[in-house]
Ligand binder design. Structure first.
Ligand code: AMP
Length: 216
């Protein structure tokens, strides 16, 4: 499957992507994970992106398009991909449209995961992430804590609160989402690719997507 996952930070795009990859071997491409990995590795890309990310601002479109142009041509994308956190602006969506046409790739749909704001705020404030850039496993202090406090079950690294998941950065990220990313819903509706799901749990979203794609 070749999907875009839309939705505010904390809507569950990452979790849904992981569940969907298990169905047909598509790969999850998370620009946030790629950027956090670059920041931790101290690469030029990481150095450029770090300040924007800490403040909860979007990284410039040109940096993101550079990442995506390379990533979409890697061989593991042949089975399909789930774009998680990209595109985030109308210019990114337009550039993606051009890039896909150039690469002769057709999208199946853009899935908009709709979750109420109070649920999102609660989820993000209680979310914790493995600091190992290769792992980046997600936990939740209330609903899914690691077995040993502060230690990742999967790789044994520290589990931390992301710098952009303080209350202040979160409200800034949500405002940025409403201003810059929410307009993509209209963009993909016009393209005839939009599939909106109102769902509080990721399994319900996955079932909706499977049904729409005729996979269930
Ligand atoms: P995420 O994990 O998707 O919430 O992304 C974390 C941060 O990475 C965002 O707050 C942005 O600073 C940056 N980022 C991730 N994806 C993009 C994108 N497509 N365009 C611009 N900035 C991005």
């Amino acid at each position: 499957m070749k999907l875009i996952l839309l939705g505010a930070p904390g809507a569950g795009k990452g979790t849904v992507a992981k569940l969907l990859t298990a169905i047909d071997g598509s790969v999850q491409i998370s620009t946030g994970d790629i950027l956090r990995g670059a920041v931790q590795a101290g690469t030029d890309l990481g150095k450029e992106a770090e300040g924007f990310m800490k403040r909860g601002d979007l990284v410039p479109d040109s940096l993101i398009m550079g990442i995506m142009e390379k990533r979409l041509q890697e061989p593991d994308c042949e089975k399909g991909f789930l774009l998680d956190g990209f595109p985030r602006t109308i210019p990114q969506a337009e550039a993606l449209k051009e890039l896909l046409a150039k690469l002769n790739i057709t999208l199946d749909m853009a899935v908009d995961i709709q979750v109420p704001r109070d649920v999102i705020l609660d989820r993000l404030c209680t979310r914790r992430t493995c600091e190992n850039p290769e792992c980046q496993a997600i936990y939740n202090v209330k609903s899914n804590p690691p077995q040993k406090e502060g230690i990742c079950d999967k790789c044994g690294s520290r589990v931390i609160q992301r710098e952009d998941e303080t209350e202040e950065a979160i409200s800034h990220r949500l405002a940025t989402y409403n201003e810059k990313t929410a307009p993509l819903i209209g963009f993909y509706e016009k393209e005839g690719l939009l599939f909106s799901v109102e769902a509080l749990n990721s399994d319900a979203v996955v079932n909706g997507v499977k049904e729409k794609l005729g996979l269930s």
